[in-house]
Design a protein around this ligand. Structure first.
Ligand code: C2E
Ligand code: MG
Ligand code: MG
Ligand code: MG
Length: 289
C-alpha cells in the first residue's frame, strides 16, 4: 500500500485506524465486565536471588482471557484500561488478589505488583493498599510495588507525598523498566526505591560482540549497590545472558531462563518443591516471541 499514490495511502491508513478504534471500544466494553466475570487472572513469574539461586518472590502479571478472543496481552489492554479509568478497579483487584495469594506462600516470599501511574496519582491508593494487606493478614514488607519512571512526568508535591505515604505503610518500592523512559538520577536521589529493575532491552543483545549493554548494566548495578538498592535483570532468556548479568552484579534475575509467568497453583506447587530455581534455557538462542 505504501507504493500507492497519496490518496490510496490515505485510504489504507484511514480504514486501518477506523477498525483499530472500533476494536478498542469493543474491548473496552468487555473489559468493564472482566473483573466480575472472572476472566482476569494474575500469573506469577519467579524472581530468583542470584547468589543463592533461590526464589525470592514473584512478579504478578495480569492476564485477560477474553470469552471469545482468548488471551489478550497486557500490552494491549492495559493502555485501554488506563485511558478509560478502568485501571483503578482492575489495579485494585490485582493488589487484593496478589495479597491473598501471598498469604498462602511462605513468609520469606515476596510479591511484586505493577502500579500504573494513573493509580499512583489516586489519593486513595495508600488506603487501598493498607486494606488489601490487612484483609490478607500479610506483612507489608512482602508486597513490592513496581512503578515506572513516568510517575515523575508531573513531579510535584503530590508525587513526594505519595512516595512518603507508601513508604509509611512499609511496602517495598521498585523502579520498573529502568533506562527506557526519562531516566534521571534525580529520581534515585529523592525517591525511596528498594530495587531497580533493569529493562529487558538492555539484556537483549548484551552478549553480542561490541554491545554497550553490558557496560550499562554494570553501571546501573554498581550505582544501585552504592545506594543500597537491589537490582533485577528482566527478560533473561539464555545461559549466556544469565552469566553476563551475574558477572555484572545484578542481585536478582527474572526471565524465561528460569520460568515464564505461572498460574497461581503452579507457582504454589513450585514453592512446594523447594525454593531452588533451575536455569533451563538455551545457551545462546532466544525463544521466539
Ligand atoms: P513489566 O512490568 O516490565 O513485566 C515484565 C514483562 O516481561 C512481562 O510481560 C513478562 O511476561 C515479560 N517477560 C518476563 N521474562 C521474559 C523473558 O525472558 N523474555 C521475554 N521476552 N519476556 C519476558 P507481560 O506479562 O506481557 O506484561 C507486559 C507489561 O504489562 C508489564 O511489563 C507491565 O508494564 C504491564 N502489566 C502487566 N500486569 C500489570 C498489572 O497488574 N498492572 C499494571 N498497571 N500493568 C501491568
Ligand atoms: Mg513490572
Ligand atoms: Mg519491567
Ligand atoms: Mg515493561
Amino acid at each position: 500500500a505504501a507504493k500507492d499514490g497519496g490518496r490510496g495511502r490515505f485510504h489504507f491508513y484511514s480504514s486501518d485506524l477506523h477498525s483499530a478504534a472500533e476494536e478498542r471500544s469493543l474491548l473496552e466494553q468487555d473489559l468493564r465486565d472482566a473483573i466480575a466475570d472472572g476472566s482476569l487472572q494474575l500469573h506469577y513469574q519467579p524472581v530468583v536471588h542470584t547468589a543463592t539461586e533461590r526464589i525470592s518472590g514473584f512478579e504478578a502479571l495480569l492476564r485477560w482471557k477474553h470469552p471469545q478472543k482468548g488471551f489478550i496481552s497486557p500490552g494491549k489492554f492495559i493502555p485501554i484500561a488506563e485511558d478509560t479509568g478502568l485501571i483503578q478497579p482492575i489495579g485494585e483487584w490485582a493488589l487484593r488478589t496478589a495479597c491473598k495469594d501471598l498469604a498462602e506462600w511462605p513468609d520469606d516470599i515476596r510479591c511484586a505488583v505493577n502500579v500504573s501511574p494513573i493509580q499512583f496519582s489516586n489519593p486513595q491508593l495508600p488506603a487501598i493498599i493498607t486494606s488489601a494487606i490487612a484483609e490478607a493478614g500479610i506483612a507489608p514488607s512482602r508486597l513490592e510495588l513496581e512503578i515506572t519512571e513516568s510517575v515523575f512526568l508531573n513531579n510535584d508535591e503530590g508525587t513526594d507525598a505519595m512516595f512518603a505515604a507508601l513508604k509509611g505503610i512499609g511496602v517495598r518500592l521498585a523502579l520498573d523498566d529502568f533506562g527506557t523512559g526519562y531516566s534521571s538520577l534525580g529520581y534515585l536521589k529523592s525517591a525511596p526505591f528498594d530495587k531497580i529493575k533493569i529493562d529487558q532491552s538492555f539484556v537483549r543483545g548484551a552478549t553480542e560482540p561490541g554491545s554497550r549493554n553490558g557496560a550499562i548494566i554494570a553501571s546501573i548495578t554498581s550505582l544501585a549497590q552504592a545506594l543500597g538498592m537491589d537490582t533485577t535483570a528482566e527478560g533473561v532468556e539464555t545461559l549466556d545472558e544469565l552469566d553476563l548479568v551475574r558477572m555484572h552484579g545484578c542481585s536478582h534475575i527474572q526471565g524465561y531462563i528460569y520460568e515464564k509467568p505461572l498460574q497461581p497453583d503452579a507457582a504454589t506447587r513450585l514453592l512446594g518443591t523447594g525454593l531452588t530455581a533451575v536455569a533451563k534455557g538455551p545457551k545462546s538462542t532466544r525463544a521466539p516471541r
